[in-house]
Design a protein. Structure first.
Length: 341
């Protein structure tokens, strides 16, 4: 059976990993859709694989993404503005890409008869306090609205929600590596701040899970351990045999103390699937009186799922997880240190 796929934002950390995964699974054609011709050229040169097609374009351009969808079976939507500070200063740009652009992707998928479309979201969409999270929360609402209004749509839309990916471009771990190698202290906004620790392959596994089990409008979360920024920074310092120390710089615009992957209200109607949580779409109509009987008695006993109340890793466990990252191995090599896995 011939299978074709399109990855929006395909030259990013997730996109490149997902591309290799799809090629390994036997996809006969994978289209990379992104704005950055330099990154596309680098990826084309590196892979030299005839199964990969490269489309320059912006998801804000509805006609362009529609043309890229032709002949595609599966879509993985990763294109987004992801940096919290930049979205805070330019919120309309976040709206144009993360909301309007995502609507273009979904409409293009429907028009092209795509069978499945998985959209990547973020912990910041839960109780959003910054423009990036608000725009991603609206993207999720678009998916829910389509699931309610068009339950029999040929294209099945599902969402995956995860926090910062360990070692991805623009994340804290590459920053820490550079600071250590430059002999500078590690900059931390708050030592008590916690973050889920999710390696990149786990995000691909999460997308695979959503792709296989997702029903119209589902949201999926991958369970993961977390660590405080103090533990993460100290683990990095010890791995690199460094004495650079830690410098507290205070919160940045729109930053959260901890990451929340699912609210208590979502947990109440969710399905525990072992390593994953499935949150089905709320299919009630706008006439709520048809559905309301009484409040959920157990709601007060259920907590949100966040990085403060998940499994907390100590320094040694964090070091062990860090050593699985290619970026850490490369950094240790640059530092002249032989890593022990």
């Amino acid at each position: 059976m011939t299978r074709t796929a399109l990855i929006t934002g395909g030259t990013g950390s997730f996109g490149k990993t997902m591309l290799l995964h799809l090629l390994d699974r036997g996809y006969e054609k994978v289209r990379i859709f992104s704005r950055d011709e330099e990154k596309q050229h680098a990826l084309r040169t590196q892979l030299a694989d005839e199964r990969v097609e490269y489309y320059i374009g912006d998801i804000r351009d509805r006609s362009r993404i529609a043309s890229a969808m032709r002949g595609i079976d599966h879509v993985f939507h990763a294109a987004a503005l992801k940096q919290v500070p930049s979205c805070e200063f330019f919120p309309m740009e976040a709206m144009r890409t993360n909301v309007a652009g995502s609507e273009n992707v979904m409409e293009g998928a429907i028009e092209a008869g795509v069978s499945k479309c998985v959209l990547l979201s973020t912990d910041k969409a839960v109780f959003p306090i910054n423009a990036m999270g608000m725009s991603k929360a609206l993207m999720e609402k678009l998916v829910s609205a389509k699931a309610r209004l068009h339950p029999d749509c040929r294209t099945t839309f599902s969402v995956v929600r995860y926090g910062n990916v360990m070692g991805s471009r623009g994340s804290v771990i590459p920053l820490f590596i550079d600071l250590i190698l430059d002999g500078k202290p590690l900059t931390v906004t708050d030592l008590k701040m916690t973050r889920f620790l999710l390696p990149l392959p786990y995000t691909v596994a999460l997308v695979d899970h959503a792709f296989e089990y997702g029903m119209q409008g589902d949201t999926f979360v991958r369970k993961a351990p977390a660590a405080s920024m103090e533990v993460l920074a100290q683990a990095m310092i010890e791995l690199f045999n460094s004495n650079v120390g830690i410098k507290i710089i205070g919160e940045r615009h729109g930053e959260k103390l901890f990451e929340t992957l699912a609210s208590a209200a979502e947990i109440l109607r969710s399905e525990d699937m072992g390593s994953y949580i499935r949150i089905p779409v709320d299919t009630r109509s706008i006439n709520y009186s048809l559905y309301f009987n009484k409040g959920h008695e157990a709601s007060s006993a259920v907590d949100d799922y966040h990085s403060h109340n998940t499994e907390q890793l100590d320094i040694e466990a964090t070091k062990k997880l860090l050593l699985t990252l290619p970026s850490i191995q490369e950094g240790l090599t640059r530092a002249g240190i032989e890593a022990v896995r």
